[in-house]
Write a protein that binds this ligand. Structure first.
Ligand code: PRP
Length: 181
C-alpha cells in the first residue's frame, strides 16, 4: 500500500522501510528468537503504544507457547524529542518473578525507555530481560543499553508508521516512513 492510498501523501516525504521488507525481516527475527530463547513459554511484554503493531506481527510468527502482557510507558508525549523522563502509566506491573521476559519496543532511540523498563522488571524479580526492537537509531544513547534483537538500524531521523506516531497519528501506516519537515 502506498501513502497516496491512505490519504497521507501530503504528509509523508518518503517510505523508509516498506511492508514487504518488514515482513521478511520479522520472519527471520521470529526464527532467531525461537532458536535462542530458553525453552518453555516466553513471557512477552509489549511496550505501548508504539510496539503494538510490531509485536502483533512478530509474536504470531513464533511457534511456541507465549504469555503476553503490555506495559504503557511514555516519554515523548507525541512529539519528536524525548522528555527525558519515562513514565509508567499502569497501576500495576505484570507478575514477572523468575521469568525470562522478552520486552518488545518499536524503536530504540535515546535508550531511556528500554533502560527504565529493564531496570524495573529486574527489580520486580524477573530472571532475565531480553529485548527486541523493530528499529534502532544510529545515534549516541543517553543510557548504556542495546537490544538483543534488532529489526533494522536506521539513521537519526524522525520516523512514523507501523506503530510509531507523530502527535498520535500515523501509527496505522503499514510502512515506516519519514514525514515532511
Ligand atoms: C517512544 C517509542 C519507544 C521510545 C523510544 O515511545 O515507542 O517506546 O519512545 O525512545 P527512547 O529510546 O528515547 O526512550 P513514546 O514515549 O513516544 O510513547 P508511545 O510508544 O506511546 O508513542
Amino acid at each position: 500500500m502506498i501513502a497516496d492510498e491512505l490519504g497521507r501523501a501530503d504528509d509523508v516525504e518518503r517510505v523508509l522501510i516498506d511492508e514487504k521488507v518488514i515482513e521478511k525481516r520479522l520472519d527471520a527475527m521470529a526464527e532467531e528468537i525461537d532458536r535462542e530463547f530458553p525453552s518453555g513459554p516466553i513471557l512477552a511484554i509489549v511496550l505501548l503504544k508504539g510496539a503494538f503493531v510490531f509485536a502483533a506481527d512478530l509474536l504470531r510468527r513464533i511457534p511456541r507457547p507465549l504469555d503476553i502482557e503490555c506495559l504503557n510507558v511514555s516519554s515523548y508525549h507525541g512529539g519528536t524529542e524525548s522528555s527525558g523522563v519515562v513514565k509508567f502509566l499502569d497501576h500495576s506491573l505484570p507478575d514477572v518473578k523468575g521469568r525470562h521476559v522478552l520486552v518488545l519496543d518499536d524503536i530504540l532511540d535515546t535508550g531511556r525507555t528500554l533502560k527504565a523498563v529493564t531496570d524495573r522488571l529486574l527489580l520486580e524479580g524477573c530472571a532475565a530481560v531480553h529485548t527486541g526492537v523493530l528499529l534502532a537509531k544510529d545515534r549516541p544513547r543517553a543510557e548504556d543499553v542495546q537490544a538483543d534483537y534488532v529489526g533494522f538500524e536506521i539513521g537519526d531521523e524522525f520516523v512514523v508508521g507501523y506503530g510509531l506516531d507523530y502527535r498520535g497519528r500515523y501509527r496505522n501506516l503499514p510502512f515506516v516512513g519519514v514525514l515532511k519537515s
